[in-house]
Design a protein around this ligand. Structure first.
Ligand code: TA6
Length: 291
């Protein structure tokens, strides 16, 4: 994505501007502590770069900005289900148009909130009333909180994920800890498996870790940094790298770009969360860098 191609629509404050890129509205944050971009299409964070750091979030160089699709990379919001539990895969929130509801800033950073409510299109797919608010707190760290409220008269259940793509120097030279040992292997039809405490990569990896610790660490030796991921409101951590063959089959990924990404996702898998009318639940992820 060439940021020079963003055209400015409206400056909302010193740090927050509404821009457009290939027909998609993007909230651009340029602040002394952090630069970031959030697409209203999907309520999707696209980039996040704290001052003095390399880009933390991976965005595909072949990402397509098509209002019918989810952008490849960033933090897609999978909701109200994870994966192929129903159609469309990973739910409709990542392809819906969200609204900017709030932005605040001070010398420490910027907070942006977006909302998505049910409409005819969402009720045709999933017949429930809801209010979703996603809040991005951006400074040296990034906290993303997705609060889902049942605004219907009947209970409903949901799952999903903050499907974060992390930017790493080389998949062959990272290790992940804190995800636990028990996982369902999506490359083997969800087979229950036991792994070890340290995860390294040498093939396609698509796992639902069912007992993650409160903090997952991505040690990126080549970048000489560790990315810490603290999830809350989740019941699983999905870890994904498509490796080469699958990358080649995806039109919105360059053939070798699997080398510089790994997904660590704050996930509601099974059981899903049931909300009574008026009840709310928050799924979050807090991302920080250690040297
Ligand atoms: O979170 C892992 C996963 O569910 C994988 O199975 C893989 O398909 C990936 O998400 C991406 O899904 P997408 O629908 O965005 O192509």
């Amino acid at each position: 994505m060439d940021l020079r191609q963003l055209s400015t629509i409206n400056a909302l404050s010193d740090a927050v501007t509404v821009c457009e890129y290939q027909g998609v509205k993007i909230i651009r944050i340029i602040h002394p502590m952090v630069e970031a971009g959030i697409s209203l299409h999907g309520g999707h964070l696209l980039w996040f770069k704290p001052e003095g750091e390399k880009e933390v979030i991976w965005l595909s160089e072949n990402a397509e900005f098509d209002l019918k699709k989810a952008v490849r990379g960033g933090i897609p919001v999978c909701w109200p289900w994870f994966g192929k539990a129903a159609a469309p895969s990973h739910g409709f929130a990542r392809t819906s148009e969200w609204s900017l509801s709030q932005h605040r800033e001070n010398e420490n950073g910027v907070i942006v909130s977006l909302t998505l409510e049910d409409n005819q299109e969402t009720r045709d797919i999933w017949p429930h009333k809801f209010h979703n608010q996603i809040t991005f707190e951006m400074n040296a760290e990034l906290k993303v909180s997705l609060t889902s409220t049942n605004t219907d008269t009947q209970p409903w259940s949901y799952g999903g994920a903050l499907h974060t793509y992390f930017n790493i120097a080389n998949i062959n030279n990272i290790s992940i800890t804190g995800m636990g040992r028990e996982y369902l292997d999506s490359t083997q039809a969800g087979k229950e498996c036991q792994g070890s405490d340290v995860l390294t990569f040498n093939a396609e990896t698509d796992r639902v870790y069912t007992h993650p610790q409160s903090m997952i660490l991505i040690e990126d030796q080549s970048n000489q940094r560790t990315i810490t991921v603290a999830n809350d409101g989740d019941n699983a951590a999905v870890i994904w790298n498509p490796w080469q063959q699958l990358s080649i089959s995806m039109g919105d990924m360059a053939n070798n770009s699997f080398e510089t990404m790994v997904c660590v996702e704050s996930t509601i898998h099974t059981p899903t969360i049931e909300l009574q009318p008026g009840q709310a639940h928050t799924l979050s992820t807090r991302i920080a860098i250690q040297h």
